[in-house]
Design a protein around this ligand. Structure first.
Ligand code: NAI
Length: 332
């Protein structure tokens, strides 16, 4: 019973191989991402495909998987906007994910991006290596006393909110389902508009859905404070990049930190250092001194990788044994 991995990276293979010592599953790794171009290469009788954020499981791809006899799509991530769940459901393919793998890893990366931007440590690092100890251009701002607006207070948003409280920030939150424990801890839930109007820092922690695509756009940015800092470790499609670029030009956005990008599947997780990048939007973004881009690495800690491997392998083992894994992991 084989599981075929797509988009497999060396650090993932190491972690999965180590944890597979307890599961003894047949695993085959492919570097390429899953999409219409490669799906026909899946061998008949493959039990599961294991995919990551930028594999594209369109209806067409899932139809081919079903025809090959694939029984399980195992997402080794939390977000699932890249899988057409209705098609999987219709064709009887089970879909599972890793609902939580160290939410603190992602929250801490969001904070790392924020601290890099507000204290310009990325510039300082390069500067002192050239023996330039001048402080000109390194002026930052305190987090203490600022208002941080958290959009989406699930596992990651909650962890982020608590860290921001530790900095002495006033923390506002917007979520369709407010969290009672956060309220008791002093986090104030507001409407989305109020959150925009009052926050010095906005951090996105909600999933990407058809309803909230381009949640941050020209119209919503107009409601935000002038000089706002925006951090997005959630999904690129939550921000209209063109509108964000315009807002950076006017100073409406003073700092932007993104670990995710709406066209990231063509770029992220690949070494393109020798390539010509045709995507003018990301090139424009990276040209701003007050924009920090990381390539979807917020999850990348040893602890999170261990959790991803163990949860994924145990879900596949449960399906193979004719059982259901923990309901929180099941999408279909
Ligand atoms: P979660 O499911 O625990 O929480 C999501 C929260 O967002 C829920 O409370 C939900 O009610 C809320 N929400 C849904 N739609 C909303 C909307 N339109 N406006 C405001 N709130 C809304 O998810 P978790 O684990 O906190 O992850 C959040 C997102 O982070 C994931 O969907 C994924 O896109 C992203 N992520 C990014 C990673 C990275 O490495 N950059 C790694 C893991 C997750």
């Amino acid at each position: 019973m084989k599981t075929l991995f797509f988009s497999a990276k060396p650090y993932e293979k190491a972690s999965f191989n180590e944890h597979n010592n307890s599961y003894h599953q047949q695993i085959e790794y492919l570097d390429t991402h899953l999409g219409p171009h490669i799906v026909n290469a899946v061998e008949e009788g493959t039990f599961a495909v294991c995919v990551f954020v930028n594999d594209r499981l369109t209806p067409e791809v899932i139809e081919v998987l079903a025809a090959k006899g694939v029984k399980v799509i195992a997402l080794r991530c939390a977000g699932f906007n890249n899988v057409h769940l209705d098609t999987a459901r219709r064709l009887g393919i089970r879909v599972c994910r890793v609902p939580a793998y160290s939410p603190e890893a992602v929250a801490e990366h969001a904070v790392a991006m924020l601290l890099t931007l507000n204290r310009k440590t990325h510039k300082a690092y390069n500067r002192v290596r050239e023996q330039n100890f001048s402080l000109n251009g390194l002026l930052g701002f305190n987090l203490y006393g600022k208002t941080a607006g958290v959009i989406g207070t699930g596992k990651i948003g909650r962890a982020f909110a608590k860290i921001m409280q530790g900095f002495g920030c006033r923390v506002l939150a917007y979520d369709l389902f407010p969290d009672e424990t956060l309220k008791q801890a002093g986090v104030q839930y507001t409407s989305f508009d109020e959150l925009l109007q009052q926050s010095d820092i906005l951090s996105l922690h909600c999933p990407l859905t058809p309803e909230n695509r381009y949640l941050i756009n020209e119209k919503t940015l107009n409601k935000a404070k002038s000089g706002v800092t925006i951090i997005n470790t959630s999904r690129g499609g939550l921000i209209n990049t063109k509108d964000a670029i315009e807002a950076l030009k006017t100073g409406k956005i003073a700092y932007l930190g993104i670990d995710v990008y709406e066209q990231e599947e063509k770029l992220f997780f690949h070494d393109l250092s020798g390539a010509i990048i045709a995507d003018d939007l990301i090139q424009r973004l990276m040209s701003f001194p007050n924009v920090l881009v990381t390539g979807h690495q917020a999850f990348l800690t040893t602890e999170a990788l261990a959790q991803i491997a163990d949860t994924t392998l145990s879900s596949i083992a449960a399906f193979a044994a004719g059982q259901d894994p923990d309901p929180a992991r099941i999408l279909v």
